[in-house]
Write a protein that binds this ligand. Sequence first.
Ligand code: PMP
Length: 431
Amino acid sequence: MDAINTSITQLQLADTDQIGLIRKRCTDQGIVSVSEIAEACEALRQKQVAAGLWCYENYTESGSHSEGLVKSAASSASRHSVIWPINHYLGLNRHPEVIQATIQALQKYGTGCGTSAMSGGHNQLHKDLEHRLAHILRKETAILFPTGYSANLGAISGLTKGSDSFVLFDRECHASIIDGFRLSGCKFLPFRHNDMADLEEKLRNHSQNYANVFVIVESVYSMSGKEAPLREIVQLKQRYPFYFFVDEAHAFGLYDVGGLCRKLGVSDEVDFVMTTFSKSTASIGGVVATSRAFKSMLQVEASSHVFQATLTPPDAATILAALDVIEKTPELVQSLWDKTAYLRQAFAQHGFDTGKGVSPIVPVYIRDSATLLQMGREMFKHGIFTTAITFPAVKHSEVRFRFIVNASHTYEQMDQTVAVMAELGKKFGVI
Ligand code: PMP
């Protein structure tokens, strides 16, 4: 134990250090034992809790909503706050029709399914959901997973297995995508974010060496709200043969009920359309929509489908009911876009850098980790709750707050948030 403490002391942790960097700092200084690295993580957590800077693990005591009681993990204080980290873009987790359908499914089908889809876990709701999703996502068929994370992990690892496969992925892709091809043992390379010249150069230089080339992107990027140039990528398919996999987590239900691929009319050229149900459809689960042949392959190769219990009946019912609401209430989706434009403009008017996106994911770049944590602490005291995005989710120079607009946010909540941010932005020299 003494040896461990000595090593951690050598690290000289500042209370504004980024937790995501601890492992690297340890290994750089020759601390390689996982127990010691764990002790270092805990030491930093304690330090940040004591300074009121620990920015993770805050929770909504009153549940996901646009406003409510939030508990700070750092100070244990509860504060009535405007809530911004929730991905339920349309606020459907509180919609009476969605809640009613979920209760009915619970009563009819029970709480869980008890096994995987392949071994009998599916019921009529899952079958209806698969058909509905294949139709909405404009593909022949669809395969369900218990979460979006396990959809990417299972489908991508299953598809890209072996040395014959090569993955080119956008540098800003989500961890579930990266974990997927890392697990498969294939060769992979990132291309610069949304940079078509870089993607084309890498296709030109590498694609002929492999039997199977995959290009993987998100249609809307989770940390910045920026859209991928899907049409341009599809055009590259005419010159270089590759399979195109698109993660629609942050577009499904918003851009069009079927996401950005469908809105742009490129669904036929996209071989795999993946999305999650934890965002606009206010539930949990994931899907990959594709051809019948690829579904058959994934039913064998995607371990998280084959060996994992399927999503629960209430989850499936929530998704189906949420899709009904989305399809019959276009004004709800429109109100989300109106509010998004309002918030983006309000931040910009005060001189904040919100990047180049247009989506309801509104980043406010702070670019310095210590300032980010200190501002986060002050924001909480002012009743504003959002996530500080730190390394490794984003580069060190790009740390930011992320505000996720949801159709149930009010204009007053947005004004209150921007006013607090403007005051703190000036105090910390960000604007
Ligand atoms: N893909 C993207 C782009 C995401 O942002 C997320 C979750 N944040 C996932 C996949 C994983 O989805 P889930 O959290 O629903 O498992």
